[in-house]
Design a protein around this ligand. Structure first.
Ligand code: ADP
Length: 413
């Protein structure tokens, strides 16, 4: 399907509402010849940052970039500057992160006009995310119409959830008419991390049950049985579940009626409150876990309470997913907070010794960017830290799809 036998590279594009992140990955030698982002699209002070191949170093420039089309053009220019342009014969495909794939897309999908139309039909359930993804796809296709382009969906990994986990207990007709159900997000990360965790345990993914805790600015938990997701904490949108940087996570839905009826807030006010002014930032004014820990060390009470609320919710999900899985081989921490915050990991499993969960203080304190165990050797359940790599997973899935039938590829694991 790819044009050239030497086409070993995949460009991964992650188009957000005001930014485009990109990485060029070589699936043959495991290198990343370009990593960069365009941010503040639509403002006067848009910024492009590109880290090129070894030796080329980092370039940065600021200036107005009016829209996503111009942003992708800027990405193409950056790549071309290092001889890696979109017309390069090494480029096998472009892999696009697409946030919402609904029920339709349970696997990476080669983008055609029909597929794009289907992704557009999902805009009502993902109004904040899918439009930017769609613009990114359209622009990239216009730049290289002949190149295979693949959509990799954040929701795909969760499509294996049984119906009793995915359905909300509301009127079935209303739910179906408006496609209201649990879809889950961060699926690319949950897929990658659960697979790497199995490797770390020296087992096949089919042999292990793991609880993955993806704790970034957005945060979600998933229960993965034998490599397949059976439950996850985010729902129709990424608002449900864990306490996040700026999002509330689980809340009594009646709070929203109350805010409208009693506090006189509009729909948009409530949306902004729960998505942007809640979570850690709403509780203590900071959403960076480093800053929260620093304030706790100084005796700050609101930071301490925010931390306790964050960890309490995390612990509830560990318990819930333990019960869902019945047997757990590993609890795995990932993303900014999960990979870096030893106090969060320690507090999340504190008191769960009866469940076989223990953290070794020395191992937990080690800072590293490789997958590792932080539980003692004798622990019944492993506690692990596995750095996530959504770009690699998108590239891997994209390359597997377009490179199907070509042997000996995809070594960049
Ligand atoms: P995003 O959801 O934006 O992709 P990341 O996975 O990059 O988020 O996580 C960002 C968050 O990780 C920050 O807001 C911060 O709370 C946390 N974080 C990053 N580095 C550290 C660190 N060294 N110690 C504790 N927390 C950290």
């Amino acid at each position: 399907m790819t044009g050239s036998a030497n086409a070993t590279r995949v460009l991964v594009l992650n188009s957000g509402s005001s930014s485009v992140k990109y990485q060029l990955l070589d699936m043959e030698d495991g290198t990343r010849p370009a990593v960069g982002l365009v941010e503040r699209i639509g403002e006067e002070t848009s910024r492009v940052v590109n880290t090129g191949p070894a030796g080329a170093g980092k370039r940065e420039r600021t200036g107005p970039i009016p829209d996503h089309a111009a942003a992708l053009k800027a990405v193409a220019d950056e790549l071309a500057h290092d001889g890696l342009g979109l017309d390069s014969p090494e480029l096998a495909a472009i892999g696009h992160r697409v946030v919402h794939g609904g029920l339709k897309f349970s696997a990476p999908t080669l983008i055609t006009d029909e597929v794009l139309a289907e992704i557009e039909r999902l805009v009502p359930v993902a109004p904040l995310h899918n439009p930017a993804n769609i613009t990114g796809i359209r622009t990239a296709r216009a730049l290289r119409p002949d190149l295979p382009q693949v959509a990799v969906f954040d929701t795909a990994f969760h499509t294996t959830m049984p119906e009793y986990a995915a359905r909300y207990a509301i009127d079935v007709e209303t739910a179906d008419a408006h496609r209201i159900r649990r879809y889950g997000f961060h699926g690319t990360s949950h897929a990658y991390v659960s697979r790497r965790a199995a490797e770390l345990l020296g087992k096949e993914p089919e042999e292990v049950n793991v609880i993955v805790l993806h704790l970034g600015n957005g945060a979600s938990a998933s229960a993965v049985r034998g490599g397949r997701c059976v439950d996850t904490s985010m729902g129709l949108t990424p608002l449900e579940g864990l306490v996040m940087g700026t999002r509330s996570g689980d809340i009594d839905p009646a709070v929203t009626f109350h805010l409208k009826r009693v506090a006189g807030m509009s729909e948009d006010d409530v949306d902004v409150l729960l998505n942007k002014r809640s979570g850690l930032v709403g509780l203590c004014g900071d959403n960076d876990m480093r800053e929260i820990r620093r304030r706790i060390e100084e005796g700050d009470e609101s930071a301490r309470l925010a931390f306790e609320i964050y960890v309490h919710r995390l612990k509830k999900y560990i318990g819930a997913y333990y019960a869902v899985l019945g047997r757990v081989d590993a609890v795995v921490f990932t993303a900014g907070v999960g990979e870096n915050s030893a106090p969060v990991r320690e507090a999340a499993v504190a008191g769960l010794e009866e469940l076989g969960l223990v953290v070794d203080a020395d191992l937990n304190a080690v800072r590293s960017d490789v997958p590792r165990l932080v539980s003692p050797d004798h622990a019944r359940v492993a506690v692990a830290v596995v750095p996530t790599d959504e770009e690699l997973e998108i590239a891997r899935q994209t390359f597997a799809l377009v490179g199907a039938g070509r042997e000996g590829r995809g070594r960049a694991e």
